[in-house]
Design a protein around this ligand. Structure first.
Ligand SMILES: NC(=O)c1ccc[n+]([C@@H]2O[C@H](COP(=O)([O-])OP(=O)(O)OC[C@H]3O[C@@H](n4cnc5c(N)ncnc54)[C@H](OP(=O)(O)O)[C@@H]3O)[C@@H](O)[C@H]2O)c1
Length: 195
């Protein structure tokens, strides 16, 4: 299983930590010794992780030739510039908009409710394996990501079809509000008991 991480920033580093047991390639708009071009990274991948700003998604979809046939895990949070809340959300979500941009991709929402530092700490918040909320319209793609998450020692919870990303992105906004607005810090993560 080869994973392509698009982006080389904080979330990309965190994913690389969590998935250290897998083959990983990075894709970047600025290829280097450690990162391929976006198109080359995607071509090698079974699963692609989109670890770029939401506003960069259209650029990346174009660079990836539409991600045709690939599972694309969308980590983005479409926050307002001042992080006071989501810029979109009642009638669509970042994940649904990315699926519209890349109709041949199998888009799965995930990891956006976790701070990068939680991933960089091996997927643990306050010492506890973190929960990854997932959503997607392709049941096989969701099941593949669910298995990957659980194998990495985190806890996957499938929330439903891709439109459930509206709620998952709202949970992420709440998490950011607690971590920064309410000063709880970034060693926190949302989960559900009873599942
Ligand atoms: N940080 C968190 O705690 C956190 C938590 C949950 C979700 N997220 C989401 O995860 C995503 C990544 O966040 P991050 O904190 O990892 O950001 P980051 O550290 O700023 O890294 C962003 C990456 O995206 C790349 N990028 C930016 N614009 C691009 C474009 N037009 N085309 C191609 N690549 C582009 C950057 O490339 P260059 O190096 O070339 O600039 C960089 O590698 C965001 O959507 C964010 O909302 C973040």
């Amino acid at each position: 299983m080869t994973l392509a991480i698009i982006g080389t920033g904080n979330m990309a580093k965190g994913l690389a930590t969590v998935f250290a047991g897998n083959d990983i390639v990075f894709g970047s708009r600025n290829p280097s010794d450690t990162a391929l071009s976006i198109a080359d990274a995607v071509a090698k991948a079974d699963i692609v992780f989109l670890a770029v700003p939401y506003d960069a998604a259209a650029d990346v979809v174009a660079a990836a030739n539409g991600f045709a046939g690939k599972i694309v895990v969308d980590l983005t949070n479409p926050m307002k510039a001042d992080f006071s809340g989501l810029a979109i959300g009642f009638s669509t979500s970042a994940a649904e908009e990315i699926a519209r941009l890349a109709p041949q991709a199998k888009v799965v929402k995930g990891f956006n409710t976790l701070f990068a530092s939680v991933l960089q700490n091996g997927g643990k918040a306050a010492g506890t394996p973190a929960t990854v909320l997932l959503a997607g319209d392709d049941a096989d793609a969701v099941a593949e990501v669910e298995a990957l998450v659980n194998a990495a020692g985190l806890k996957a919870i499938v929330a439903g079809p891709l439109a459930a990303s509206r709620n998952i992105e709202a949970v992420a906004a709440l998490n950011i509000g607690l971590g920064y607005g309410q000063g709880k810090g970034t060693d926190i993560a949302p989960t559900w008991v009873g599942i």
